[in-house]
Design a protein around this ligand. Structure first.
Ligand SMILES: Nc1ncnc2c1ncn2[C@@H]1O[C@H](COP(=O)(O)OP(=O)(O)OP(=O)(O)O)[C@@H](O)[C@H]1O
Length: 236
């Protein structure tokens, strides 16, 4: 579903991502972990077509994001680390705007908005301006907007930041359901306990280079993900 092939990205002289390859298959929740500045956001943004890269390629369902960005973007949803949305819109206005872009039929969008807004307990806030939303409310709106066009692939950067415990629980259920239905999820996180419980596979990046990747149980063995991560961080 998402194939990162030998991705290399530089900012001027700074090598941010170095020859990174990963393959996220349908049905998989794939976690992406690494220290601050390791290259997670750079990789995530390259996957969504927001950030150009010099070397390598990224395929969404077999299609290159470099060659056919629009075709790729139709298949996916992206939730950035900071949900910057149009403050002048109402919540419902924003959701309908996204649904329009992705051509979601009215009955379908109404049903999905109703279901997810209810689950996240922001139904009563949908008529309010986004400028009046808290960080967590914006994050909930961003998640709903991602799910209403039923993408095959969801890419998220730190999706649990700002969510209250109930909303985190609902998001985890939504992620599992989507992947059980054949979708795929690639997300970065610093919350290793969540990654350990939720992810089928995990990749660890350090200084722009992939240091470990694979099935969660194999990556962590008998240890916790945290101790594997800290051991790798300690290695020079
Ligand atoms: N626009 C930019 N210009 C120059 N350097 C950048 C830019 N964005 C990121 N970098 C550098 O690229 C490297 C990777 O940054 P990136 O944001 O991908 O890390 P990250 O793993 O997402 O970190 P964090 O966990 O702190 O969000 C860092 O050294 C960072 O300073």
């Amino acid at each position: 579903m998402l194939q990162i092939k030998n991705l290399t990205k530089r900012y001027g002289d700074k090598l941010a991502v170095d020859n990174l390859s990963l393959h996220i298959m349908p049905g998989e929740i794939y976690g992406f972990i690494g220290h601050n500045g390791a290259g997670k956001t750079t990789t995530v943004k390259a996957c969504t077509g927001i950030l150009n890269f010099e070397e390598g390629d990224i395929l969404i369902d077999g299609v290159s994001i470099k060659e056919k960005p629009l075709e790729c973007k139709k298949q996916m949803a992206y939730i950035p680390d900071n949900p910057d949305m149009y403050d002048f819109m109402t919540g419902i206005g924003y959701l309908n705007f996204i649904a329009d872009i992705f051509d979601v039929p009215e009955e379908v969008r109404d049903e999905l908005i109703d279901k997810y807004a209810d689950a996240f307990e922001i139904k009563d806030n949908l008529g309010q301006l986004i400028s009046e939303y808290s960080h967590g409310m914006k994050q909930k709106l961003a998640i709903i907007s991602a799910w209403i066009h039923e993408p095959k692939l969801v890419i998220m950067d730190e999706p649990f930041v700002g969510l209250d415990p109930k909303a985190s629980h609902i998001l985890k259920q939504m992620m599992r359901k989507m992947c059980d239905d054949g979708g795929a999820i690639f997300f970065s996180t610093h919350v290793l306990e969540v990654a350990e419980k939720l992810c089928d596979k995990v990749a660890i990046i350090k200084g722009g280079r992939l240091v470990k990747a694979g099935i969660m149980e194999q990556v962590k063995g008998d240890e916790s993900l945290e101790s594997v991560f800290l051991d790798l961080e300690g290695e020079s």
